[in-house]
Design a binder for this molecule. Structure first.
Ligand code: G1P
Length: 271
């Protein structure tokens, strides 16, 4: 059963500087709503009961967004505005589900995952990377179904332009299971075009096994001196853990760059 999700939020957001020098990119509005709320809705709609936010001291504003009760109470006392009341209720509902852990040094996604070790209860858990929005079809929900069917780890995948392989984790198939799902043979973090085994990329939704913590706690830093989740996944594959690449049917929106972020707002506003 997948009941817990983790969301790494401690990244520096360098692709969105200078905004991110003072603000958390995950709170930037996409068509009027903070990006992180789209991710929360995806989790809740797919049956997740507890969500672990990995933040840093520098990104405490994210915690404040959910813990600003005094502020709301004062305003609601003064003005009985229905919109504010329902927004506050929504925030309270989210707050009940969220736990915060800290990653104060940006040592990579794998290191962020490791910070959640003592909170993960079941054999598998979900991870969502907040730069990647997937709209129109709930990707996490589909992946949970695939996980149940094959009882294995799952990652979201998409075909990308050959010239852009060095932006992504890139993998090679071992075997096709059905139209949308294949077993992964190899996965490599941000390879050069020359070294890329394909142009199939990992997108930020993962169903990971709890045993990944053992791998991560022993893992040496990889590319750019960071602990990559992709390297831990490759170690697990080498140790016979099945990883399925799920070619999702929703629409992918890249909210990690200014250009992608603006396009995302336009796309969502037209839905
Ligand atoms: C991360 C992962 C990468 C994956 C990507 C999806 O990279 O390390 O393997 O393809 O997310 O968005 P990042 O976006 O943090 O650079």
């Amino acid at each position: 059963m997948i009941k817990q999700a983790i969301i790494p939020l401690a990244g520096l957001g360098t692709r969105l500087l200078p905004l991110t020098s003072v603000f958390a990119k995950e709170l930037l509005p996409i068509n009027g709503k903070p990006g992180i709320e789209y991710i929360l809705e995806e989790c809740i709609d797919s049956g997740i009961k507890e969500i672990i936010f990995i933040i840093s001291q520098k990104k405490k504003i994210i915690k404040k967004y959910f813990y600003n009760d005094q502020f709301y109470k004062k305003i609601i006392k003064k003005k009985k505005d229905n919109r504010i009341i329902s927004e506050y209720k929504k925030i309270l509902r989210y707050k009940k589900m969220i736990k915060f852990v800290y990653q104060n040094k940006p040592l990579g996604t794998g290191d962020a995952v490791l910070k959640t070790k003592k909170y993960i209860k079941n054999k598998y858990f979900l991870m969502l990377l907040p730069d990647d929005l997937i709209i129109k079809k709930n990707c996490s929900k589909s992946m949970i179904k695939i996980h149940k069917k094959f009882n294995s780890s799952v990652m979201a995948s998409m075909t990308v332009k050959k010239e852009s392989v060095s932006r992504w984790g890139i993998f090679k198939f071992k075997k096709h299971l059905d139209k949308q799902n294949s077993l992964i043979d190899d996965v490599i973090e941000k390879p050069s075009i020359k070294k890329a085994p394909s142009n199939k990329a990992v997108i930020g939704r993962y169903i990971l096994p709890k045993k990944i913590f053992t791998v991560l706690s022993k893992q040496k830093p990889g590319k750019g001196g960071e602990i990559h989740i992709t390297d831990a996944i490759q170690s697990l594959i080498n140790n016979n853990e099945n990883f399925i690449a799920h070619r999702f049917s929703g629409k992918y929106l890249d909210c990690g760059t200014m250009n992608g972020y603006i396009k995302s707002t336009l796309k969502i506003s037209k839905l």
